[in-house]
Design a protein around this ligand. Structure first.
Ligand code: ADP
Ligand code: MG
Length: 392
């Protein structure tokens, strides 16, 4: 394997093994994992590979084939939150999280090579963390269960890298199964693998990577989380997960019903009401999608996706013109449904189409981008793939 060869060139000896962890797209349930709610991602065929050898002298060396990704060489004892720099903070954070949880990680040499596009909302960061956590768990004989790997990877990203993400990305990368969606309750990590055989239904799920990343994203993400928490406090619940969709009208009545339509953001209270409405309805959309899939009505999921997009665009306000353009142009060309996926402000959208319409819908999306003078997005099928695993 190329990644093992590169390891040999870099470090001058054989790796102990090669591991893989995938990126993901989320079918439905956005900003719900930061409210203890439901999500339903699938793993992509795109993976982060890691060739790894265990060390016993307390040294960690990491290298990545991505351009501009240099080597980090550090004593594992010196890893403390805030001490990691650049991309290497992701794997170094995992080593820190493992050691901080009391696991005897005594060092490693690592070389990464990843096909997950970075910053595209497809979780290249979680892939890097989870492949590191799995390799180190196996090489140090820790035998950690999948949800524990995901928890430690999330802790690395939250506390070491400083990104306040939920648990969805790491759970998807660690726990997805080929041919399935992962229906996950992020409150207790109870999960079910939901068969998602699109080909058998004559369907395709497309990922449209807009290639855009608006700087606004990071602060806006934290802001949305804070508004959700404010909503939960005002309603006297621990998290918005505790508000059922049947209780939504009463909850909005107490908070002050959101202003109509998708106009300019209103008062602070209006923003909180809109966040509440998004989270409660998106949790419900996950449950509706699961019920449709269980009933064999995969096409029925299409309109649920588009509803989810409207909610993210108008209530949570995390979309952007490029993501809206994917959704509007795909739907106008006959897609069954489409929505932005991931944190928003750029990144990727997903589109559910009849296989027979794949070319015409793809063409329509590309034409729409050209007509607006925008660079062409990258479009590829979301084939539900395996979660993290050892390759050799
Ligand atoms: P996403 O997870 O949606 O791709 P993030 O901003 O969360 O976007 O994570 C992207 C960051 O993860 C990159 O800026 C880089 O620091 C790190 N990263 C991802 N893949 C690699 C890789 N193959 N090599 C080095 N760093 C990577
Ligand atoms: Mg990420």
């Amino acid at each position: 394997m190329r990644v093992a060869e590169r390891f040999r060139e870099l470090y001058g000896y054989e790796p102990d093994g090669v591991w893989a962890a995938p990126g993901r797209v989320n079918l439905i349930g956005e900003y719900t994992d930061v409210n203890d709610g439901f999500v339903m991602p699938l793993a992509l065929p795109h993976t982060a590979l890691a060739a790894v050898a265990r060390r016993t002298d307390g040294v960690l060396r990491v290298h990545s084939s991505g351009t501009g990704h240099g080597v980090l060489a550090r004593g594992v004892d010196s890893l403390v939150p805030g001490s990691g720099t650049g991309w290497a903070a992701y794997p170094a954070g995992v080593v820190w999280a493992l050691r901080d949880a009391g696991h005897p990680v005594t060092g490693a040499d690592v070389h990464f090579s990843s096909t997950v596009p970075t910053g595209a909302g497809l979780s290249s960061s979680a892939a890097l963390e989870v492949v590191t956590a799995l390799a180190l768990s196996e090489l140090h004989g820790l035998g950690l269960p999948r949800e524990e790997l995901a928890r430690l990877a999330q802790r690395a990203e939250n506390a070491f890298v400083g990104v306040p993400c939920g648990i969805m990305d790491q759970m998807a990368s660690a726990c997805c199964v080929e041919g399935h969606l992962l229906h996950l309750d992020t409150r207790d990590l109870v999960r079910r693998q939901v068969p998602f055989d699109l080909a058998a239904h004559g369907l395709r799920l497309l990922v449209v990577d807009t290639g855009v990343r608006h700087a606004l994203g990071d602060g806006a993400y934290a802001e949305r989380r804070a508004w959700c928490q404010a909503g939960a406090r005002a309603l006297g619940v621990r998290t918005l997960r505790d508000v059922d969709c049947t209780q939504l009208p009463e909850a909005l009545g107490r908070l002050g019903a959101p202003s109509a339509g998708g106009g300019a953001p209103g008062t602070p209270d209006d923003r909180i009401s809109r966040c509440v409405r998004h989270v409660v309805t998106d949790n419900h959309r996950v449950e509706r999608a699961v019920a449709l899939l269980d009933a064999g009505d995969v096409r029925g999921v299409g309109p649920v996706l588009t509803e989810g997009h409207v909610s993210l665009r108008d209530d949570l306000r995390v979309s952007c013109p490029e993501l809206d353009l994917v959704v509007s142009s795909a739907n106008a060309a006959g897609a069954l449904g489409a929505r932005m996926t991931g944190g928003g402000f750029g990144g990727s959208a997903i589109v559910l189409v009849e296989s027979a319409d794949e070319d015409s819908v793809t063409g329509a999306v590309l034409d729409a981008f050209v007509a607006e003078g925008r660079s062409a997005p990258r479009i590829f099928p979301a084939v539900p793939s395996a979660g993290a695993r050892r390759l050799g």
